[in-house]
Design a protein around this ligand. Structure first.
Ligand SMILES: [Zn+2]
Length: 291
């Protein structure tokens, strides 16, 4: 009798384990990423084309997907804009093991040549230099090439007497470039200051996520700081801060809405309204029309 009960129990456990395994396999089944996209907010799947047509917004729950840099530029600038081509140069100042290969793999995977792309064109009828960071490339982290491109964009705009708009998305400094990466914070900030001293406008648009050295440099230096809804914006992660302060942090800590309340962000703009808002702000600040 004892054995019979034991057998039944082990059979039951086995069946339970099998069912669980089946469920996990079902849950983990991969969605073909070239054709379909899955929303991490509501878990629903829809054709990739639908996502692209809907400005990378989930058609079911309205959640935002990261927007590729090229598509962002296309959605903001008037047609006829120019993409600034930089000399394709692999940088590895610390001779970090495997970094060059990783850059090459990343280039092939994302069709990007770095974590930021720069453009020259018009938003509405205002000539503008636009930089768009792309979190698919090393999490949009700022290495020496990203710093160089942002600096170049500010210098070009200073020379051409036009505003700069930067869409930020970054995990912070590029780990593989150590100190060279941290130096970009001072370099980009100095370029932003020279641009500002020449009397030109800089609008910083923060998207999810903007963290680390990018938040601690040019991203926070905009004359106007806009943000997409629910974007995570901060320097260090919330866990590190909670441990350091020894306090429980508010629920919405480091979210765009929280930062708007505290005065760090000037306005939260939905993706569909971003072009119109930028166009309005740039027009409002155009000097020649006041004369
Ligand atoms: Zn969704």
């Amino acid at each position: 009798m004892g054995n019979f009960l034991k057998d039944r129990k082990s059979k039951f456990d086995l069946l339970k384990a099998l069912r669980l395994q089946k469920k996990e396999t079902y849950m983990q089944r991969e969605v073909p990423s070239r054709l379909f996209s899955q929303c991490s907010g509501c878990n629903r799947t829809f054709p990739l084309k639908e996502k692209e047509d809907n400005q990378y917004i989930c058609p079911y729950c309205g959640g935002y997907f990261p927007m590729p840099a090229e598509q962002r530029a296309k959605s903001i600038l008037e047609s006829g804009y120019e993409k600034i081509i930089f000399e394709d140069k692999t940088r590895n100042p610390l001779v970090f093991d495997g970094y060059e290969e990783k850059q090459e793999t990343m280039r092939q995977k994302t069709a990007l040549d770095e974590g930021v792309l720069c453009f020259r064109g018009k938003i509405g009828d205002s000539p503008t230099v636009l930089c768009v960071m792309d979190s698919r490339f090393f999490m949009g982290s700022m290495g020496s090439e990203v710093g160089e491109r942002i600096t170049f964009a500010f210098e070009l705009a200073t020379e051409e007497k036009c505003p700069v708009v930067v869409f930020c998305a970054s995990g912070g400094a590029r780990m593989q470039e150590g100190m060279y990466s941290l130096m970009q914070m001072a370099k980009t900030s100095a370029a932003a200051k020279r641009h500002s001293d020449s009397g030109q406008l800089f609008i910083s648009c923060l998207t999810h996520p903007t963290t680390g050295g990018v938040t601690a440099s040019f991203a926070s230096l905009g004359d106007i700081i806009l943000s997409e809804p629910k974007a995570l914006i901060g320097f260090a992660g919330p866990r590190v801060i909670a441990q350091t302060m020894g306090k429980k942090l508010p629920d919405e800590f480091q979210k765009a809405e929280f930062l708007l309340e505290k005065g760090f962000v000037d306005h939260i703009v939905e993706r569909k309204d971003m072009k119109q808002t930028l166009s309005f702000l740039l027009k409002l600040h155009r000097k020649e029309e006041l004369v």
